[in-house]
Design a protein. Structure first.
Length: 416
């Protein structure tokens, strides 16, 4: 194994033992200090990020991904606020649940404990660096980060800032480590470090996630892509629908909870689609519409079969006319990625049917898909949005980074 990775793994295991005994008060003190220091480091973080952004533009990175890469003073403040929110949340570690007394007098319960060492492989999202540290630290987990080359300067600056704080607070700096080698070969080796890493979490596009799932010998929690839909039902408030669609599509296009595909009931297409087309044009959104929608949306181009299954992460929206809530649900369950889906309706029966039958981590009635986020859900931050069904699903906050062990109290029982 690569000597650098081997040393990181050994460091992580040593740090795991140290974090296992750290108190909640100390965790909260450190998280507050890290939040404050991130803000103090704003100038150096922005300088490092500017280098990454300049490289991204030089390499023709799409606008949506540039936005995801960009740090601003406001976003650094947001990273710090996420850490402060974690301080206010209950520490799940040590919670004892389900204690039962057996006929032989044994008391058997479960205690919530850390997962151990968590590896995170992610693309150009510098905010993940701080979020991942905060969530892992609050739950007593060590984190090893493997970011992409597009954000290496930003990630290194953030990790340096965090490690400075840990050292000042006399906590092991190896609670967080960054793999600075951004090569695919190193990433492939990292995925095989099951001797040192307990769980691996990929955050990024379809290619990255597929590579991790296929290559890793470490258990993976899959944070999937977001081909998110909004369905406008025949009873929808159309002003509300237009506002929600615009927010879900255009507030930030390079994120996994942005709307990528719109389904409109035929009963409201004539009234909604021309108005929506004008609003989408103000944001330069390319409209890819089916035969029923295209005549109502000047400038729209024909949608293809490929469009229905595409996560654009760009100013592009696919539009299809459907004739019932059942058709909408069937289309969504065929093409979605299990992330976030929404219905706009004033019909209670259709709303409940949509909630019951759509297979996704988050299903909305009359709200934007952009709320699928750990911060918005009150988790302080998130380690990712899981689109799988084992262990964790949806925005992954503190509880998703824990497991349980059985604890048994006896008074001399022996098995006969």
């Amino acid at each position: 194994m690569n000597e650098m990775l081997l040393q990181l793994g050994k460091n992580a295991k040593e740090a795991e033992n140290a974090l296992r005994i750290i108190t909640t008060d100390k965790k909260n003190k450190v998280l507050t200090a890290v939040a404050d220091h991130l803000v103090e480091c704003t100038e150096q973080l922005l300088k490092a990020n500017a280098e990454d952004v300049a490289n991204g533009k030089k390499n023709n990175m799409p606008e949506g991904l540039i936005d995801r890469l960009l740090l601003t003073e406001e976003r650094i403040q947001g990273m710090a606020e996420g850490l402060r929110q974690l301080v206010s949340l209950e520490d799940p570690i040590g919670e004892v649940t389900g204690m039962k007394k057996r006929p032989n007098g044994l008391l058997i319960g479960q205690k919530r404990v850390s997962l151990g060492v968590i590896g995170i492989i992610y693309e150009a999202r510098p905010n993940v660096t701080a979020d991942a540290f905060g969530l892992c630290f609050k739950t007593g987990n060590v984190v090893i980060l493997k970011g992409g080359s597009d954000a290496i300067h930003s990630n290194k600056a953030i990790v340096d800032c965090i490690r400075e704080t840990l050292e000042n607070e006399r906590v092991t700096v190896n609670a967080i480590q960054l793999i600075e080698d951004t090569s695919r070969e190193t990433a492939a080796e990292f995925m095989k470090m099951n001797e040192y890493v307990d769980v691996l979490i990929p955050r990024g596009g379809r290619g990255l996630i597929k590579a991790v799932v296929n290559q890793s010998t470490i258990p993976v929690i899959e944070t999937g892509t977001g081909n998110c839909h909004i369905y406008v039902d025949e009873t929808a408030d159309l002003d509300m629908a237009a506002d929600i669609i615009m927010n879900a599509k255009t507030q930030r296009v390079g994120v996994c909870n942005a709307c990528e595909s719109l389904l409109v009931n035929a009963a409201v297409k004539d009234e909604l689609l021309p108005v929506l087309a004008e609003r989408l044009k103000t944001k330069d959104v390319e409209m890819r519409a089916d035969e029923a929608a295209r005549p109502l949306m000047p400038g729209a181009v024909p949608a293809t079969e490929e469009d229905w299954g595409t996560e654009y992460l760009d100013y592009i929206l696919s539009i299809k006319v459907v004739y019932s809530v059942d058709e909408a649900i069937a289309h969504i369950n065929r093409y979605n990625t299990g992330h976030s889906e929404a219905i706009i309706t004033n019909n209670y029966t259709n709303a409940q049917k949509f909630l019951d039958e759509v297979d996704a981590a988050a299903v909305y009635v009359n709200a934007s898909t952009r709320f699928t986020d750990g911060f918005e859900f009150g988790y302080g931050a998130e380690i990712g949005i899981s689109t799988q069904k084992l262990h964790a699903r949806g925005p992954m906050g503190l509880f998703a980074l824990t497991t349980t062990k059985y604890i048994i109290y006896g008074n001399g029982q022996i098995r006969k």
